[in-house]
Ligand binder design. Structure first.
Ligand code: ADP
Length: 163
C-alpha cells in the first residue's frame, strides 16, 4: 500500500445537510490524503430533508476551497465503491464515545469484506463534537439559531426548506 500522502480516501455519509463538523473533518482529511472523495450515500434514509442532488450541490459549493476534494454519490456496498474508485482509506469522524460502538462494528465488517481497505478515524474540533446533521435539522425546523453550526449557504437552504 502506498504512503498515506499518496492515498485516495473516501469520506462517506448522508450529509443531510453538510455541517461545520463535516467540514472540519474534510479540512483535516485534505491535509493528510492526496485526494478526498466525499461520497453521499443514496437511499440511506428513507425520509431525507434534502434530495441527493441538493446535498451534492451544497457539498460542492462549500468544498470549493480545496482542490483535492471531489464530491460523488454512491449506492451499494462501500467496499465495492472504494474498489471502483481505487481508494485505500475510509475516513470517518468520531465525536463522542457513543459514535465508537457503531463505527467499530462498521470498520471491522468492512475489513472482513475487504482486508486491504483501512478505516481512519479523526476527531473534530471540540466545538463540533456535539454537532450532528440530525440536530441541525431539528433546530432549523423550529426556527432556532444555526450560526456556527452550518455554512451560510446551508443555513439559507435550511430556512427555505422549512418555511
Ligand atoms: P450525521 O451523523 O451528522 O448525520 P453523516 O451520517 O453524514 O452525519 O456522517 C458522516 C460521517 O461524518 C460519520 O463518520 C460521522 O461520524 C461524521 N460526522 C458527522 N458529524 C460530525 C462532526 N460534528 N464532527 C466530526 N465528524 C462528524
Amino acid at each position: 500500500m502506498p504512503a498515506v500522502g499518496h492515498t485516495i480516501a473516501i469520506y462517506p455519509g448522508s450529509f443531510d445537510p453538510v455541517t461545520n463538523g463535516h467540514l472540519d473533518l474534510i479540512e483535516r482529511g485534505t491535509k493528510i490524503f492526496q485526494r478526498l472523495i466525499v461520497a453521499v450515500l443514496r437511499n440511506a434514509d428513507k425520509d431525507p430533508l434534502f434530495t441527493v442532488a441538493e446535498r451534492v450541490e451544497m457539498l460542492r459549493q462549500v468544498t470549493q476551497p480545496w482542490a483535492n476534494v471531489e464530491v460523488d454519490v454512491f449506492d451499494g456496498l462501500l467496499v465495492d465503491y472504494s474498489r471502483r474508485r481505487g481508494a485505500g482509506v475510509i475516513l470517518r469522524g468520531i465525536r463522542a464515545i457513543s459514535d465508537y460502538e457503531y463505527e467499530l462494528q462498521m470498520a471491522l465488517m468492512n475489513r472482513k469484506l475487504e482486508p486491504q481497505l483501512e478505516t481512519v478515524f479523526m476527531m473534530p474540533a471540540l466545538k463540533y463534537s456535539y454537532l450532528s446533521a440530525r440536530l441541525v435539522r431539528e433546530i432549523a425546523q423550529f426556527g432556532g439559531p444555526l450560526d456556527g453550526l452550518v455554512p451560510p449557504v446551508v443555513e439559507q437552504k435550511l430556512r427555505a426548506k422549512v418555511t
